[in-house]
Design a protein around this ligand. Structure first.
Ligand SMILES: [Zn+2]
Length: 507
């Protein structure tokens, strides 16, 4: 572009001094003046530039002029090397919702029996949170569904809730979902159905294709059980119902109920002290069952601002029927319990995964937690989802408080661009040994896709820094390995003896 601009300047100068001898447009209509020899040469140059330069530039763009192409770091050798290095890391996924094979959700009735379908993969993904998806039809026929569903994706093409799943179709099935035909969709559906006849596909995808060694499973469908359905599963104690159970009527399922747990343990739960003893026993059981951390998803129900409430106040609310309890009283009980759980987190060395950001967004800004974090320096807080969209807020919290880690689980799925920017900003704001990741999904395709999407995002964030000269390549690769694996091993030391890919787990 530069030579073209310089010649325009020459032309404008000549036109201004002599009444526009060879300028274009309105100036060309000025009365002709005698043209001096030097000006004639400049005009000939300008003619050549006007005719030939656009052709040359077009050709450069078409053949992929190097500086233009380099804007996408994924086309560089640096990216290819970093991506390959991250691919080779046996990842530790700190957040999943994978159930036992027979309990996997989203299976539907078909003429060949109940099973997993293309509909099941999409309905088990985050796509439906913001985009339409036709329901599975009463006749159970794929073709009936596809006729309804094929245009559901039209407005979702750029969303990360759609795009994060594409690597599964591309890499596991060789299908580009952006251009899928009805015939390809039918065959894809049939292959998915076959793959879910037993657990082999699930295990192969997770272990060999996604290259995951361990995954922390948040059992929100049955919070107080610590099953290990797969060689790679690691239990998590989900404390969401412990925080809110001021009365048995507050918990709908026995599997989630501390009162049901009390009955099983032969303990009373009549007073707050009884209840706290039950909760303490549940923590001890969780540790004995190899749970490595706690998880709260209260951001979906309430604000993350947990005030300091006295035990007397909480005791006066405990066992009050929900109909007789004001929202303020229930909030105070939960505040007291959250601080109590922070204490137990430190006592049992179970780091605390806290959902922050995208949920009930009125109160999910991670800044709401800062006073609590400061007052509980022995509790290790893990701010989930990078606090999306408050990624700068989580960064400054981690910068100021050494008892804070940031987990990027789900973040690339929410917004790939924000996730890439978040990684780069976090690398700049605090040490690289306090960032984690997780796929946060429910089936083989979802886990593979979110893992690949994260590896790509992380590799891209690192490669851009290397290309800009802000980071050496070997350091970038080391940081990538920390995020994908090493940081989890350091934060959850119990994981060391659960590693199994180089032989059976150590007892
Ligand atoms: Zn989750």
């Amino acid at each position: 572009m530069a030579p073209r601009y310089r010649d325009h300047r020459v032309m404008r100068g000549a036109a201004e001094s002599r009444g526009a001898a060879c300028a274009d447009g309105a100036e060309r209509r000025a009365p002709p003046l005698p043209v001096r020899k030097a000006d004639a040469v400049r005009c000939r140059d300008a003619w050549w530039i006007r005719r030939v330069a656009p052709l040359v530039l077009t050709a450069l763009v078409l053949i992929g002029f190097a500086p233009l192409r380099a804007q996408d770091v994924k086309k560089t050798e640096t990216y290819a090397r970093i991506k390959a290095a991250l691919q080779a890391v046996r990842a530790i996924d700190t957040h999943e919702h994978l159930r036992g094979f027979d309990e996997l959700p989203n299976r539907v009735a078909t003429p060949d029996g109940t099973g997993m379908t293309l509909f099941g993969i999409w309905s088990g993904s985050y796509y439906g949170w913001t985009n339409p998806l036709a329901p599975w039809p009463a006749d159970g026929q794929f073709d009936t569904w596809w006729k309804q569903a094929e245009h559901n994706f039209d407005n979702a093409r750029a969303t990360s809730f759609y795009r994060y799943l594409l690597p599964a179709f591309r890499d596991l099935y060789g299908i580009d979902f952006d251009t899928i035909t009805a015939e390809q969709a039918r065959s894809l559906n049939a292959r998915i159905f076959e793959n879910y006849r037993n657990a082999d596909w699930l295990n192969d995808v997770i272990v060999n294709k996604a290259n995951i060694e361990l995954m922390l499973i948040d059992p929100y469908w049955s919070r107080l059980q610590f099953a290990r359905d797969y060689p790679y599963s690691v239990p998590v104690l989900n404390v969401t119902t412990l925080l809110s159970a001021s009365h048995p009527g507050r918990v709908t399922s026995d599997a989630d109920s501390p009162f049901a747990a009390a009955r099983r343990m032969g303990l009373k739960a009549d007073s707050l002290d009884d209840y706290l003893a039950v909760v303490d026993r549940l923590f001890a059981e969780a540790v004995a069952a190899d749970a490595v951390c706690l998880k709260s998803t209260q951001a979906y129900q309430r604000s993350l601002r947990y005030g300091k409430v006295t035990k007397e106040r909480a005791a006066s609310i405990f066992q009050k029927p929900p109909a007789e309890t004001t929202p303020e009283e229930q909030g105070d009980f939960e505040d007291f319990m959250f601080w109590t759980i922070c204490g137990l987190s430190a006592k049992y060395d179970l780091p605390f995964q806290v959902h922050t950001g995208q949920a009930r967004i009125q109160g999910s800004n991670p800044m709401n937690l800062v006073d609590l974090i400061e007052a509980n320096p022995k509790t290790k807080f893990i701010l989930f989802h990078g606090g999306y969209p408050w990624i700068g807020e989580t960064a400054v919290i981690a910068m100021r408080h050494k008892n804070v880690w940031i987990d990027s689980c789900w973040l690339p799925t929410l917004s790939y661009t924000v996730a890439k920017r978040a990684y780069q900003e976090w690398f700049e704001a605090f040490p690289s040994d306090r960032i984690l990741w997780g796929a946060d999904t429910v089936n083989a395709e979802g886990i593979y896709a979110a893992t690949e999407f994260t590896r790509q995002c992380l590799a891209e964030a690192l490669a851009e820094k290397v290309e800009r000269g802000e980071l050496r390549e070997e350091h970038a690769i080391r940081i990538g390995g920390q995020v994908l694996r090493d940081n989890a091993l350091k934060l959850f030391p119990r994981l060391e003896r659960m590693l199994w890919r180089d032989g059976p787990p150590k007892s």
